[in-house]
Ligand binder design. Structure first.
Ligand SMILES: *[C@@H]1O[C@H](CO)[C@@H](O)[C@H](O)[C@H]1NC(C)=O
Ligand SMILES: *[C@@H]1O[C@H](CO)[C@@H](O)[C@H](O)[C@H]1NC(C)=O
Ligand SMILES: [Mg+2]
Length: 259
């Protein structure tokens, strides 16, 4: 890897053009020569086609980002396109929410996934690499325990607007129950100040797929009388299965796949 290109994370994940928030540590991502924002020039494989196929769930069960696409994915995630793509999704979600007649019984809920949906782990990936190496649970959990993940600004805006419409929020995450405290502190720290439920994965689900776990928990919500009017997540496994909600919204995530 050459040192020709430097992309400063601090200028990326924030609300709009000039960065207002600073990512802890001001980490610098070093990208190799021959790549650049939006440049898709890996020989033999179009990284844009790969990313589109991943986002549309045509490529499934993948373990790592193709090595020749890692820089491309890094630029995508830290640049404006990821943010624009996210805004396109959350704007549609908001239109759907605004079209609903919210009940007076307080039972209309919107399900939010957490990682790469409510919170962004981009600072972690910027320091570890953008998905070309296999998932490293030890370093990822260490990052989670720091409770320093910024909000994905587009999701936070959607969250605020849903609350103002009288829709309640349920967080449903694959994070384990023993990360409850750190997860709720992280959520509060970045502006998610209230929720109807924060559902973390119990050990009884170990060995089950994310689709099975999330479907089962959504089923419990529906059984308790909640109406899932919307559901947003970065993984198809957040949105497939039973009781997905009246509409589902898929945020981008070309860094990892959870089945
Ligand atoms: C979480 O926080 C609560 C209250 O602050 C505390 O009683 C509990 O021990 C904490 N749990 C863990 C796993 O840290
Ligand atoms: C939402 O989904 C439920 C369950 O499928 C259905 O009964 C209800 O009519 C739907 N509501 C709207 C507004 O589409
Ligand atoms: Mg997620």
């Amino acid at each position: 890897m050459g040192l020709l290109f430097f992309l400063f994370l601090a200028t990326t994940i924030s609300d709009g053009s000039p960065a207002k928030e600073t990512i802890p540590g001001d980490k610098v991502l070093l990208l190799g020569p021959g790549t650049g924002p939006g440049v898709d020039r890996a020989p033999g494989l179009s990284c844009l086609s790969w990313r589109l196929a991943v986002e549309t769930n045509n490529i499934i069960d993948w373990n790592t980002v193709p090595g020749q696409c890692e820089d491309y994915i890094g630029y995508y995630m830290l640049g404006q396109q990821y943010r624009k793509d996210s805004a396109m999704v959350t704007n549609q979600a908001l239109l759907h929410a605004q079209s609903l007649t919210v009940g007076r019984d307080g039972k209309d809920v919107w399900v939010f996934d957490i990682d790469e949906t409510s919170l962004s782990n981009s600072p972690y990936y910027a320091s570890q690499g953008f998905g070309a190496e296999p998932y490293d649970a030890t370093s990822f959990n260490k990052w989670v325990l720091e409770a320093k993940a910024p909000a994905l600004p587009e999701s936070l805006k959607l969250y605020q607007k849903l609350l103002s419409l009288g829709i309640k929020v349920v967080f449903l995450t694959g994070r384990p129950e023993d990360q409850r405290n750190v997860t709720s502190s992280n959520l509060r720290l970045v502006g998610y100040h209230t929720w109807e439920k924060l559902i973390l994965k119990q050990t009884s689900y170990s060995g089950e797929t994310a689709v099975a776990y999330k479907s089962s928990e959504r089923g419990k919500l529906v059984k308790s009388g909640y109406r899932i009017v919307g559901n947003i997540g970065d993984q198809w496994s957040d949105l497939l299965g039973t009781n997905p909600g009246n509409r589902t919204f898929k945020l981008p995530d070309p860094m990892y796949y959870i089945g």
